[in-house]
Design a binder for this molecule. Structure first.
Ligand code: MN
Length: 424
């Protein structure tokens, strides 16, 4: 299924001269090009197993054909993306959608494609067939202890599955909340959620992290039991040193200053990971960088500055994941675009003249600070990202290569037009 390296090389050839011209131009204005290229290469983005099929809305779902029918085929798809862009070397699984039937076989398949297993995700926002108790009124925050215990046990089972695969983190997103005033006692809901999280936390292996994701609304529309970064931070700081807050970019109300949230969580050592996507209104799960690429850059600017100040490893000390859903695009094309947008924002953030910015800040020179940030943001770093990819054996233009190699058609031929991937 994977295109041979020589096929990618052949596809790259016609564009190499132009690439070289563009690369030399941008590189001539940058100090330490090899160091920057290495940092770009090292940043690997985990692809969610649930984003490989067509995403739906509550109104409908329009299949793309050739969607992966099994965990094996999801791994194949991510392997293919990684082969083209050399930047998606990890997979994030959702349990129970992706329970492996043969763990050694799945591990060896992933290794064959150069993929590792990033955070595993639990699911207490749906009822599964045969489940004893319903999550209709929540899971970890539920008023009934029996329901809470069922949700705790599920999360512990997800940890067990993840351990077998070599994952080292659990992501919890709770749909828990209420739709109407008076439905819930906020204090009790908080206490129940906290005690349930303690039960899960106690089952974490020593080298694991727990990521607690927040979201202001949906599916509940009056309150959410982990609604914002402050609430997540309250839980994770009480839980202990293995618990962190996860920032999903779409899980903020319009206009929220996400970069400031990121800076403060980093400062407190509580920023665990990201779910990248973009949004115009709410949890739209659009392609990363498609709506507000400047915000993405500003977030990465805080990340680079904050991680450097704490001596953190950019590639490994934060969980880099995409969480998106594709309604009108080929999901694989969308993921290639999303990964590219992340790498571009990261490369731009690496180019910010940090000492000049600090000086401008110390002098309260707002105009100069803006000039410095936008000088980096307006640099066309695409040749740097492409060069990093080329040096790793990837495609010069992954999306073009994907189309030229007719990947979707061959997937449809192999899997059929009516397949449906599990996911959102
Ligand atoms: Mn998410």
């Amino acid at each position: 299924m994977l295109p041979d390296n020589s096929i990618i090389e052949e596809h790259n050839k016609p564009g190499l001269n132009e690439h070289r011209r563009r690369f030399d131009f941008v590189a001539s204005g940058i100090n330490n090009v090899p160091g920057i290229l290495q940092q770009i290469k090292d940043l690997q983005i985990a692809i969610p197993s649930w984003a490989l099929g067509a995403g739906g809305t509550r109104f409908g779902r329009f299949s793309y054909g050739g969607e992966p029918r099994s965990l094996e085929e999801k791994i194949e798809d991510i392997g293919l993306l990684h082969c083209l862009n050399r930047s998606g070397g990890a997979i994030s699984l959702h349990i129970p959608w992706d329970i492996p039937s043969d763990i050694p076989a799945i591990k060896s398949l992933a290794a064959q494609y150069g993929l590792r297993f990033d955070a595993v995700n639990s699911n207490t926002f749906q009822d599964q067939p045969g489940q004893a108790h319903s999550y209709k009124f929540g899971s970890l925050h539920h008023s009934d202890k029996v329901v809470r215990q069922q949700a705790i046990d599920h999360n512990i089972e997800v940890i067990r599955q993840g351990m077998a695969l070599g994952s080292e983190a659990l992501t919890i997103w709770l749909a828990d909340g209420s739709c109407f005033p008076g439905q819930l006692n906020f204090r009790k809901a908080w206490q129940h959620t906290y005690e349930s999280l303690q039960g899960i936390y106690a089952a974490l292996p020593a080298n694991w992290k727990l990521y607690l994701e927040y979201k202001p609304y949906e599916p509940n529309f009056y309150s959410s039991s982990v609604a914002d970064w402050g609430q997540s931070y309250l839980y994770t700081s009480k839980l202990g040193s293995k618990a962190f807050t996860l920032v999903d970019l779409g899980h903020h109300l319009p206009g929220t200053n996400i970069e400031q949230i990121v800076a403060l969580l980093l400062m407190e050592g509580k920023l665990g990971g990201f779910h990248f996507n973009d949004s115009k209104y709410g949890d739209d799960d659009l392609t990363v960088g498609s709506i507000n690429p400047y915000q993405l850059f500003l977030i990465f600017n805080e990340l680079v500055e904050g991680m450097n100040s704490r001596g953190m490893n950019h590639a490994t000390d934060i969980g880099w994941m995409i969480d998106a859903s594709h309604n009108v695009k080929d999901p694989l094309e969308d993921l290639l675009q999303s990964v590219e947008a992340i790498k571009i924002a990261y490369a731009q953030a690496l180019l910010v003249d940090k000492s000049a910015l600090q000086q401008a800040q110390n002098n309260n020179d707002a105009a100069l600070a803006q000039e410095i940030l936008q000088a980096a943001y307006r640099t066309d770093v695409r040749p740097l990202v492409a060069e990093a990819r080329l040096q790793c054996g990837g495609a010069l233009e992954p999306l073009q290569a994907y189309r030229a190699l007719n990947v979707r058609n061959s997937l449809i031929k192999k899997r059929g037009t009516k397949t449906t991937a599990t996911g959102l």
